[in-house]
Design a protein around this ligand. Structure first.
Ligand SMILES: Nc1ncnc2c1ncn2[C@@H]1O[C@H](COP(=O)(O)OP(=O)(O)OP(=O)(O)O)[C@@H](O)[C@H]1O
Length: 353
């Protein structure tokens, strides 16, 4: 799985950038603020969801541009995928696959994209919602239908919360229908997450101690059995709380450092980064083995934060394992990489280096 061409139009500080990456390493170097992360963010929008910054779409359209933005790509397999917005509807995401309009959730059938950014350094100490999002990306790579189930589940839950918060008593039949929908999609979410966590935990446990810490993984949350009944029984409580207090949207991914037998949130900052990188690398390998297609990896400023021996270990481990996009302020960081497509990014211009 690889992008062979990427065109950014009015995306953040890129007015018109065209990249033609190879199928292996893609390196973007440039000064702070040049637009490197913006390129990775554009690639991340080729997956379901809001991309690696989770920013509002209207923020992504270039200031001084025409109002909308476009990110278009050609896959190695030949498919054409595009996403973006129109000036008249800056918060409405448009997705086109081979020329036809498509739902963003279907992007998962074409591309698996995983990312690691400096903003994720504190994933283990952040609220559970951040880890759930991370878990859902890991799960999506193994179960492309997962995005559909999470989108449906969340839509039904939003509607239920709205009904329960209304001044008028909510229609009980409508609530029952929404709760049945949440139970149906909730069960699919639960199964997909548990299957993904189990497979990844097994893989991590079976790996030798190496340059990156091994994580133990556990899904914290009640199995979604009887969710419809739980929701029905919890209507008064949820109305008082103003939100739904049971269901897979409350799950958490519990991570431990296997070598130290310690919860991840108690580990040092460097250990937490190493754990996260270890999870992402093991996951990418698992996905490649399971699906026969290595995911696209976006590693923002990851190389710069590793000591030289770990950097070499990272490059060795990723070589020949699909398209891996990496950023850094200095080209020298990537000198040991061997074959790569290299770009210099300067004030929104992306030029071959
Ligand atoms: N909608 C927008 N229109 C124009 N420019 C934007 C827009 N959104 C962000 N930018 C600009 O993009 C730049 C940041 O780009 P980016 O985060 O990709 O930098 P970077 O090369 O990754 O830098 P660093 O090395 O500091 O992480 C900033 O200068 C910011 O002002």
């Amino acid at each position: 799985m690889a992008l062979t061409r990427l065109v950014l139009t009015d995306f953040r500080n890129h007015a018109d950038a065209v990249l033609t990456p190879g199928s292996g390493f893609v390196v973007l170097t440039g000064d702070n603020g040049a637009g490197k992360t913006n390129v990775l963010e554009a690639v991340s929008l080729l997956a379901p969801g809001r991309g690696l910054r989770r920013a509002p779409l209207s923020e992504m359209a270039r200031q001084g541009g025409k109002g909308g933005f476009g990110v278009a790509t050609t896959l190695a397999e030949g498919a054409e995928i595009g996403t973006g917005t129109q000036p008249a509807a800056p918060e409405r995401r448009i997705v086109r696959i081979n020329g036809a309009a498509a739902a963003a959730t279907t992007l998962a059938e074409w591309l698996t994209i995983l990312w690691l950014t400096p903003a994720m350094d504190r994933l283990f100490v952040e609220p559970a919602s951040e880890r759930r999002r991370f878990l859902d990306r890991l799960t999506l790579a193994l179960a492309p239908g997962h995005a559909h189930h999470t989108a449906r589940y969340e839509a039904a839950m939003r509607e239920r919360n709205r009904l329960l918060a209304g001044d008028e008593p909510a229609d009980p039949d409508w609530l029952t229908a929404l709760e049945a929908r949440m139970a149906e999609h909730g069960a699919a979410i639960d199964t997909a997450r548990r299957t993904a966590v189990e497979a990844l935990a097994d893989r991590l446990a079976g790996q030798p101690e190496g340059a990156f810490a091994r994580a133990g993984l556990h899904l914290d949350g009640a199995p979604a059995a009887d969710l419809a009944a739980q929701l029905r029984a919890g209507r008064t409580r949820d109305a008082a709380a103003g939100r739904t207090l049971a269901g897979p949207h409350r799950d958490d991914l519990h991570v431990t450092h296997l070598g130290k037998d310690q919860p991840a949130h108690l580990c040092s900052t460097g250990e937490q980064k190493a754990l996260l990188l270890g999870i992402v690398l093991a996951h990418a390998e698992l996905v490649a083995d399971r699906t026969g297609r290595a995911p696209i990896l976006l590693l923002d400023e990851v190389a710069a934060h590793l000591d030289p021996s770990r950097r070499v270990a990272l490059f060795d481990r990723l070589a020949g394992r699909g398209q891996v996009w990496m950023t850094g302020t200095e080209a020298a960081l990537f000198a040991g990489l061997g074959q790569a497509t290299r770009y210099a990014v300067r004030d929104g211009a992306v030029v071959p280096a």
